[in-house]
Design a protein around this ligand. Sequence first.
Ligand code: ATP
Length: 266
Amino acid sequence: MAATEQPARTIAPPPRAPRTPAVIELRNVTKRYDSGDIGLDDVTLTINRGEFVFIVGQSGSGKSTLMRLLIKELDITDGRLRVAGKDLSELGRRKVPYYRRNIGMVFQDFKLLPNRTVHDNVAYAIQVTGGRRKEIRQKVPDILRLTGLATKLHNMPDQLSGGEQQRVAIARAFVNHPPLLLADEPTGNLDPETSIGIMQLLYRINRTGTTVVVATHDVTMVDRMRRRVIELQRGRVIRDQAAARYSGNEPNTAELGAILQEHLET
Ligand SMILES: Nc1ncnc2c1ncn2[C@@H]1O[C@H](COP(=O)(O)OP(=O)(O)OP(=O)(O)O)[C@@H](O)[C@H]1O
């Protein structure tokens, strides 16, 4: 071998593309209610593991229909819907409670048990999935700390602010560390400052790897978070945009500058 020649080097195989399996897959999904109303109309979309996604759209655009299909409270009329690889059309009614154990759910009206303390509301989520007392002792204090409720564990729901009640609901939804968390208008009953706290909490949960899907009208929250936005209109997806704002047709900064300039000159 000449002095300048280098021995052939072993070439390492290129790194594999990271696997981002779909958590939610809709293929041409239509939901027609018995009344004939269309909830979703030929929707195709994929949400991957670890994503944080906002579902936006005017009242009646199909947001709740989508959420209710995902927890199999409703069945699709046409198309195919898979969650975590499971085809929901093949899931029998009796298996639905078991299926829902893998989904955390948060609603606008919190849905707490009014006669139980904060601690017991969260512990209940462990009990219904067959968890033992040891598990409750291990998990509940942790989740109450994460959600900023450590000092409120003996309070009853009516002794809490709206924001605190929603935190309890989130703690309850997350205590079993589900791979998917769905929130339907989680800040609908809260003031803007409290809403931001709730969003930060959902974001923190998302950072643990949980896929988070939030249906909302909350413009401030969506604009601040800048995550993927899927916009529905009359049951159809009219926008699916990464790092987006609530409204897709806002003028950009350059356009705003031009408008302002024009305004100043007149
Ligand atoms: N149970 C039902 N029976 C018949 N039609 C329904 C039912 N639920 C919803 N719809 C219809 O389906 C469409 C989508 O409604 P959906 O509740 O999903 O909208 P949304 O975007 O969640 O609205 P909002 O923001 O007001 O909650 C609407 O036309 C609505 O009237």
